[in-house]
Design a protein. Structure first.
Lengths: 176, 582
């Protein structure tokens, strides 16, 4: 059994209180999550929640089932085995005196990140990519002194024909 | 599953009426005709609407927790959601124990709580509490109503969610201004919830797999829980067990599903289960679990619960399957159709497996480890009280309990033979459940005798409801096994804490006198020879005078509940207890 990170994508009712209900369930049952990102879907009545769950297969099965029994949860997909696109965005404010600026800009270019704000002593960098890419640039920037950092948490969509939207009736709510 | 909801019969419903009236209308449409509750500022408009409408009966209770347990008692006897109303803040927080109790034992409940006006929410207004937030983990679902136009829809949904699938408590929090606000919204014709579709039939492939396991096993056991009761599948359980001749273990919550004196019955499993149930589950090679959570009180140490068993697990809640014990054949479905499908297939088998050897072994354990206790002279033993009550009641009588030794003895020594005659707090273990639950049960089924077998400690926790019982003339009998102790904790202190009786001695009041002071009837019973007459008197007097009767029965505090599996230990290492009667 693996202690993998599992990307779960859940379609939930877009209403106040739903996030509290779901995050409360995770906390109460002692499930470990690395990140949770929520936003409206193509249909404003629903939100998509992308949850990175850490645990072995049994834990994952329980997480899916516990989500499945919630009235506000319409659908859950475990995208680990499907080809998918994963993205996370981070904004990083880094200490950048003129002497180190060109080095930092070089790093930004290597990572295909962007500089979105320039100050006298600081730069703000925007990076988008897979979680490990974001981790990597943060690591590289640490020595210069990261002043502030904001990350969105990961979002994921399946590639190609497969969809995980509400309209797709193939995916089941409970995977048993 | 979508539920057809009859359109409301009120022609005037297209006209505007207050949110409070819409609530009353919704309750009637759901067939709820008995409510429990306590009023208060934030729910006054609903009580005012009730006042103007005499069709609904309301029971004013002493404490909201008591009201919640009454609603639970009502629900467990009828199978329909019990309804409880409270005000905001403390009224609602007093419900939390009842809701937690209901979700653990899958009891359908509708809690309607008043909330401060929408303009005040979030301002720490007088008697404001985040009831939706507080009760999220203890409800199947809950609502904070945002607009009175939503009320008919929310009530129809709430009742549907509460009573369908795996039943449970649903809370509806209604701000005071919305109770007054006018609305012309009417009840939806049909309830279709995208995220809630309880399963019904089991998957045919899984049923085939289950049959294969059964056909090829040598030592089968059925473990049936409270889910069988909610599914009204006792008959199917019986048909299935008898068709195959498989012994049946009934969990605490499952007592009453299968007659405990049936030749195939092995009684209760787990911490205070029978030795023969424990050994049968330990040695079996196929375990057919129906509607049970397999919680820690049943399994004991997990690896040594059923090391050789292939587990077939039937449950309507997929999350229960594989949660505690891995299942070889999971069947997600309603117990009734699943058992029916199994029975049908078994009917077409050419021959039935021969399990004579297994039955001989099981019956050997029965003889080796009979349930029993040592009689003591001039002392009333708690087990004898249960046997005495049992001998004086027929199968339709309803028994409730508190939590502790008296609860376990009742589970062990009372001959439960019918579903919905046994009301106890299993999952949460709520002391104080028994007496109010008995009141709710009696109101639900006035023709049945209702006896609460309580502990002195448990009774104290909700004895204010004596006032309710007298006020509404609810004739229940409460037999208190008064050992002057928090007996179950004392037992653990005796066995595992070298007799250091930390804070377990009670100085209970004369319960019989308390009952009399409240306007009920009471009697103190001290000598064994008084017992039979006293119980007869109580049963008769309650019905004749239409009053609650409390029997304050003084019992021996040193008596311990056996068999016993020490917490966390392996079930097979149970302490059998003294050899003796029975
Ligand atoms: C509300 C609540 N508080 C505490 C406990 C812990 N507890 C379990 S059994 C028990 C003693 C019960 O005493 P009593 O009702 O007199 O029953 P007895 O065991 O003596 O028969 C206690 C304190 C509980 N189950 N519920
Ligand atoms: Mg006691």
């Amino acid at each position: 059994m693996s202690k993998h990170l599992h990307p779960l994508s859940a379609i939930v009712i877009n209403e106040s209180g739903v996030l509290a209900r779901i995050s409360g369930m995770f906390a109460r049952r002692g499930f470990n999550i690395d990140s949770l990102a929520v936003g409206e879907t193509e249909d404003p009545r629903y939100s998509r929640m992308t949850i990175m769950v850490r645990g072995d297969d049994r834990v994952l099965e329980q997480v899916v089932k516990q989500l499945g029994r919630m009235v506000d949860v319409i659908k859950i997909n475990d995208l680990a085995k499907d080809p998918h696109v994963e993205r996370e965005v981070a904004l990083i404010k880094v200490h950048a005196p003129p002497s180190e600026r060109s080095e930092i800009i070089e790093l930004v270019n290597i990572f295909r990140a962007k500089i979105v704000d320039v100050g006298k002593k600081r730069l703000m960098i925007e990076i988008s990519g897979k979680g490990d890419k974001v981790d990597a640039i943060i690591d590289m920037l640490k020595p210069y002194g990261i002043v502030e950092l904001a990350r969105t948490g990961r979002i994921i969509l399946a590639r190609g024909q497969k969809t995980t939207s509400v309209m797709d009736r193939q995916a089941e709510k409970v995977l048993v | 599953m979508s539920t057809k909801v009859e359109p409301t019969s009120h022609k005037r419903s297209v006209n505007k009426r207050s949110g409070a009236q819409a609530v009353i209308e919704a309750l009637k449409a759901e067939g709820a005709n008995l409510l429990f509750g306590v009023t208060g500022g934030a729910i006054m408009p609903i009580y005012d609407a009730l006042y103007k409408d005499s069709d609904l009966r309301h029971i004013m209770v002493g404490h909201e927790q008591g009201g919640a347990h009454m609603a639970e008692g009502y629900a467990r006897v009828t199978g329909e959601p019990g309804v409880i109303l409270t005000t905001s803040g403390p009224g609602a927080t007093n419900l939390v124990t009842g809701l937690a109790d209901a979700i653990m034992d899958s009891t359908p409940l509708i809690a309607i709580t008043g909330q401060v006006a929408t303009s005040l929410i979030g301002n720490d207004a007088f008697q404001e509490a985040d009831v939706r937030g507080i009760t999220m983990p203890v409800t199947k679902h809950n609502y904070l109503v945002q607009n009175s136009d939503h009320l008919p829809q929310i009530f129809a949904e709430g009742f549907h969610i509460s009573r369908s699938g795996r039943p449970g408590p649903v809370l509806i929090d209604i701000p005071k201004d919305l109770q007054v606000q006018q609305t012309s919204a009417i009840r939806p014709k049909e309830i279709e919830l995208e995220g809630y579709k309880p399963p019904y039939e089991g998957h045919p492939k899984q049923i085939r797999k289950a049959l294969e396991v059964i056909q090829n096993c040598e030592r089968p056991v059925i473990l049936a829980g409270g889910g069988v009761l909610h599914a009204e599948a006792s008959q199917e359980l019986m048909d299935f067990a008898e068709a195959l001749n498989i012994p049946v273990v009934s969990t605490l919550m499952g007592l009453g599903n299968f007659p405990i004196d049936h030749p195939l019955s092995l009684g209760m499993p787990g911490m205070h289960g029978t030795g023969y149930a424990i050994l049968s589950l330990y040695h079996c090679d196929a375990m057919i679990c129906v509607g049970t959570r397999l919680d820690d009180r049943i399994t004991g140490k997990l690896d040594e619960f059923c090391p050789w068993a292939k587990l077939i697990h039937i449950d309507i809640d997929a999350s229960e399957i594989g949660k505690n014990v891995p299942a070889m054949v999971p069947i997600v479905g309603h117990a009734k159709p699943v058992l029916k499908d199994l029975i049908k297939s078994v009917g077409s088998w050419e021959s039935r497996p021969d399990w004579t050897e297994w039955h001989n072994q099981v019956n050997g354990w029965r003889k080796e480890y009979p349930l029993g206790y040592k009689e003591k002279e001039n002392q009333i033993l708690p087990q004898q009280v249960i046997e005495e009550v049992d001998s004086l009641l027929d199968d339709d009588a309803i028994i409730t309990t508190g939590v502790g030794q008296h609860q376990m003895w009742t589970a062990q020594y009372y001959t439960f033979r019918k579903p919905r005659t046994w009301l106890t707090s299993g999952g949460l273990g709520t002391m104080g459940y028994g007496f109010p639950a008995a009141l709710g049960a009696k109101l639900a089924k006035p023709e049945a005798p209702v006896v609460c077998i309580d502990g002195d400690g448990s009774f104290i926790m909700n004895m204010q409801e004596l006032v309710t019982a007298v006020r509404y003339r609810i004739p229940v009998v409460c037999v208190i096994l008064n050992n002057l102790f928090l007996g179950m904790v004392r037992q653990w202190q005796h066995l595992f804490f070298e007799d250091r009786f930390a804070e377990t001695t009670l100085m209970p009041p004369a319960f019989d006198q308390v009952a009399i002071a409240c306007g009920g009837l009471g009697k103190r019973v001290e000598r064994p020879e008084e017992l039979n007459q006293a119980i007869k008197w109580a049963l008769k007097e309650a019905e004749e005078k239409r009053l609650p009767v409390v029997l304050n029965v003084m019992t021996d505090c040193e008596e311990c509940v056996y068999p016993m599996v020490p917490a966390g230990g392996a079930n097979v290492n149970f302490i059998p207890g003294p050899e003796g009667k029975k």
